[in-house]
Each structure stands twice: as structure tokens, then as C-alpha cells.
Design a protein around this ligand. Sequence first.
Ligand code: FE
Length: 196
Amino acid sequence: MSGEHASSTVAVRVRRLEERLVAAGVVGDDQLDAILTKLLNGASPVNGARVVARAWTDPGFKERLLADANTALPELGLSMAGGLQEQRLKVVENTETEHNVLVCTLCSCYPIGLLGPSPSWYKSEAYRSRVVRDPRSVLAEFGLELPDGVTVTVWDSSAESRYMVLPRRPDGTDARGEEALARLVTREGLIGTAAV
Ligand code: FE
């Protein structure tokens, strides 16, 4: 099956990269295992959803998050320092007039710790090339039709810089507490291909 072939190819490439890092003395094998375990164990969109729900219910936190996400995340026991080096995170807020969507045009950079493993379409050549040129059409294909007055910004991730979307709080959720709000937030909402 092509899916299995693709993932085994990736696994081989990852292993080869690991061997080169170890051979170059950049990291030890044990150290690398510890980093990957730490990185992948807690990696889930539940983390991103908790961040969003906190921002929706705590204006002070939201302000700190948008100003400097790396400094604000530890308030929820989260951090961007899971890998070899800390990655810079910028949280971009959707409003009535502005919509944000994430991509990595070069490869597949993605805030795994906050969003969990990335969907396969995020890594696809089609998404990476098309969302930059024509974000509105791509978003419409995801079922997200944006009114004409809304500006769309596409954020291109890199090895050092990651992004996460802060979706708009849905109407009619005033009575919901932080945990109930977090359950509304989806991985696609955090990428910007869905409203929440
Ligand atoms: Fe990338």
C-alpha cells in the first residue's frame, strides 16, 4: 500500500538523520530518544485547545499569549522547548475581519506539541503550494466560506518559527466554562482550515 510505503520511507529518512546527528556528535542516541519521547508523549491538539479556551476566558492571558506565546505557555504547564532547541511560537488571532491559516511551504514544520501529529494533507504538495496562492479557494474546499470583507493571512512556518491560530469564540458559548470551551476547539481550527 502506498501509505505504508510513504511512512516507511519517512521512518528510514528519520533514522538516517538520527544516525547523522549522533555521528556528528550533535546528540547522543540516549539523548535523542529522551527528546523524542518528551516531544511526542504529550503532543496533542488538546494542548492547543486548552490554550485557546484560556485565552477566550482570561483577557490578561490572551494579551500575554499574543504578545509572547513562549513566555505565556508555561502558565498552562506547556512549552516550546521540547526539541533540540526552543522554537519561537507566534499565536495569530482570528477576528470578525481577519482570518489566519498555517502552512509550511518548504516542508512540514508544525507545532506538534500543541497540535499533535500533523494531518497528511498539511504535508501535501497541493496544500503547500495552493494555500499560499489562493487561500480562499482552499479554505472553501475545507468547507470554510469566508465573507468578502475578511482578510486572509497565510503564515509560513519554518524550523525556528511556528504558528498557531487562535480561533474566534463561537456565539452562544457564554455559559460554557474553560473545559467545555476547550472541547469545542479542533486541530483544524488551530491550523485555520476550520472556524473553531
Ligand atoms: Fe517545514
